[in-house]
Design a protein around this ligand. Structure first.
Ligand code: FUB
Length: 628
């Protein structure tokens, strides 16, 4: 009897170690997101969502990770602990559905456990979506390639199985390829520095954008073909649609490494707008290197709240949105807010100045008139065809909006209260400058007011440097004060914006600073400090590659509001991005523009899926401001 028992136990052990039972083995770790947190199922390792990544509920109630333009940082600790167990056979399984707007034309990774780029494991999409493969690198590299692509907006499963010396990759329950893999993750697990869902360890790769991820699971044993097929069958018909539409139109987040502040595309002609807590930067988008003239088809919009972390919104306005602008030229302009609407005055090279409008600072913007606001007929006294460009708008303390523009001369007019027509009684005046011009006015006027004085800066000469002049009246005459910024590196234009933000003054301009392709027609926006001397004159700008410092302290009011005082009915759990309402109540959350973005009744509300920004939650009698 004793002998029969022993034989039976041995049989069970053999059965389990070869994993031929039908039941899927217990994972080492699993991320199924059902608790709606960026943490593993047992909540031992809590990760961090980056950018606008969020945990979303799909129409069938399934909770999943949505990468958006961001990713999830799993945390290196999880990798160190779990990968240490992967000494022999193991399996890694992941379910995912890639959205329509994706990055599959570039290299991008579904998961990565890495120590830089010398040691890692990861699941990689080859640029072009025709080969998803598992790779392990411990100085030398081994991989198993599926040699297949995937369909978008459909749930897929990719499972990698390490069985002895053989690695196999399964796509949607079907074995795609096997190969010899001798390296093991446990050999470098203690050195891991980053573990991610949706991010590659290679900085040049794209993020796995707009992708739903679920059931990321690691086993320290093999999965059988039938178990893998069952895993796929469980996900394949799941919903690919979030229950609440994802409204964020943020396309990228990054931390600036200094100047230029934007390096993933070429940006020119910056204009700045401070709105509530946020600095918005509007630019043209120059074509990539090798251009012989301005090739700018659309504008772009970026934002920051600390001068270090930036994000970009989807394209807010295109030259082709102005159907009358025949040259497809998204030249310089400026955005300003009036009565809750945002007006973008734009240039089109020779066909005049347009105005577009939006009810949000990030757009999208629409041509407000269907025709130019100003044409060359409004720029008298000169005859070249590109003179009606570079509008700059300024609203004085009395509410009067002034519009400046010009190439070769600077013209000014008053805008009517509707912001989309000019005051015909005032008409148009050419600005007169007094005093010595080091270089003549070229273009790019920018006006701001400080201590009762009007500062008009402009590009002068060619190649351009930036000069400025001061007046006691918005329409001059202006007294020349000299050069403030010298010729910018590798660009014959310099186009500046000057703005005060959170107590500091900034000089925002472009150069041709991205090597080797940057230049006069593939420009890049930079930000440096602007300072005044004791006579209220600008100190010369020192252009730097270091750029400006991060603003460490947030606005006092917000810090104060975030103190969870006894009489405050709200408590913000930053880590979990949950707002608790102490007594449970009806609530409404408004964004910085006062738009209601969420409302309901309950004791807690997740703000994880909110775009970065400032919000106010209110229960009707008390309100609480928070930054997401
Ligand atoms: O980007 C086209 C033109 O170049 C702008 O309108 C000018 O200010 C100059 O920067």
């Amino acid at each position: 009897m004793q002998f029969t028992k022993k034989i039976f136990s041995l049989f069970i052990i053999i059965l389990l170690s070869f994993n031929v039972t039908g039941q899927t083995p217990t994972p080492l770790i699993q991320y199924d997101f059902e608790h709606q947190l960026p943490a593993d199922k047992n909540q031992i390792y809590t990760g961090v969502l980056h950018g606008n990544a969020e945990i979303v509920t799909m129409t069938d109630g399934n909770n999943v990770l949505f990468t958006g333009a961001g990713h999830m940082d799993i945390g290196a600790e999880m990798g160190k602990t779990v990968l240490a167990e992967l000494t022999g056979s193991y399996s890694i399984s992941i379910d995912f559905s890639v959205g329509n707007a994706n990055s599959l034309s570039s290299f991008c990774w579904l998961y990565a456990f890495a120590n830089g780029t010398n040691q890692y494991i990861g699941l990689i999409n080859t640029a072009g979506n025709n080969n998803w493969y598992y790779e392990i690198r411990n100085n030398s590299t081994q991989n198993v390639r599926s040699n297949t692509g995937i369909s978008i907006e459909t749930w897929h499963n990719i499972t990698y199985v390490q069985n002895g010396a053989v690695g196999s990759i399964y796509l949607d329950g079907v074995l795609k390829n096997s190969g010899t893999i001798g390296l093991r993750p446990s050999a470098f697990s203690s050195l891991l520095t980053g573990c991610y869902l949706g991010l590659s360890p290679y900085s040049g790769d794209a993020t796995m954008s707009n992708t739903f991820i679920d059931n990321f699971t690691i086993y320290n044993t093999t999965l059988s073909a039938s178990q893998i097929s069952e895993i796929y069958n469980n996900i394949k018909d799941k919903s690919v649609t979030p229950a609440t539409p994802i409204i964020s139109n943020i396309t990228k987040f990054w931390e600036s490494k200094g100047n230029p502040i934007i390096t993933h595309k070429y940006t020119c002609d910056p204009a700045a707008l401070v709105y509530n807590d946020t600095l918005f930067i509007y630019t043209g988008q120059d074509a990539a290197g090798g251009q012989s003239y301005y090739n700018i088809n659309n504008w772009a919009v970026f934002a920051t709240t600390d001068m270090k972390n930036f994000w970009e919104y989807s394209t807010p306005l295109r030259a082709s949105d102005f159907t009358w602008g025949t040259q497809n030229a998204a030249w310089a302009g400026q955005v300003i807010e009036k009565n809750g609407k945002f007006y973008w005055y734009t240039s089109s090279n020779t066909t005049g100045i347009g105005v577009a409008v939006s009810d949000r600072p990030e757009g999208p913007f629409k041509d407000a008139l269907g025709k130019p606001l100003l044409t060359n007929a409004n720029s008298p006294g000169m005859s070249h065809s590109w003179r009606t460009i570079d509008p700059s708008v300024f609203i004085d303390d009395d509410g009067q909006a002034w519009l400046y523009w010009g190439n070769g001369a600077c013209w000014v007019s008053k805008l009517n209260p509707d912001m989309i027509s000019i005051d015909s009684n005032y008409g148009v005046k050419m600005i007169s400058f007094a005093g010595h011009f080091d270089f003549p006015f070229t273009e790019a006027p920018w006006v701001h007011k400080k201590n009762g004085l009007y500062y008009l800066s402009y590009a002068a000469g060619f190649p351009e440097r930036i000069q400025y002049a001061i007046s006691t009246s918005p329409d001059g005459p202006f007294e020349n004060k000299g050069i403030i910024n010298e010729i910018a590196g590798n660009s014959n234009t310099n186009h500046q914006a000057i703005v005060e933000y959170k107590g500091n003054w900034y000089f925002i301009y472009h150069n041709g600073g991205i090597q080797t392709d940057g230049g006069s027609f593939s420009r890049s926006v930079c930000i440096d400090k602007l300072e005044f001397d004791e006579n209220n004159l600008y100190k010369p700008i020192i252009m730097t590659t270091k750029g400006v410092d991060k603003i460490e302290s947030t606005n006092d009011e917000i810090i104060k509001a975030e103190v969870n005082s006894a009489d405050n009915p709200f408590y913000y759990d930053r880590g979990k991005q949950l707002i608790h309402m102490k007594n449970g109540n009806n609530y409404q959350i408004a964004d910085s523009l006062g738009h209601i973005v969420k409302s309901g009744n309950g004791k807690k509300v997740s703000v994880m899926n909110f775009a970065a920004g400032v919000y106010i939650i209110s229960n009707g009698s008390k309100s609480f401001k928070f930054i997401r």
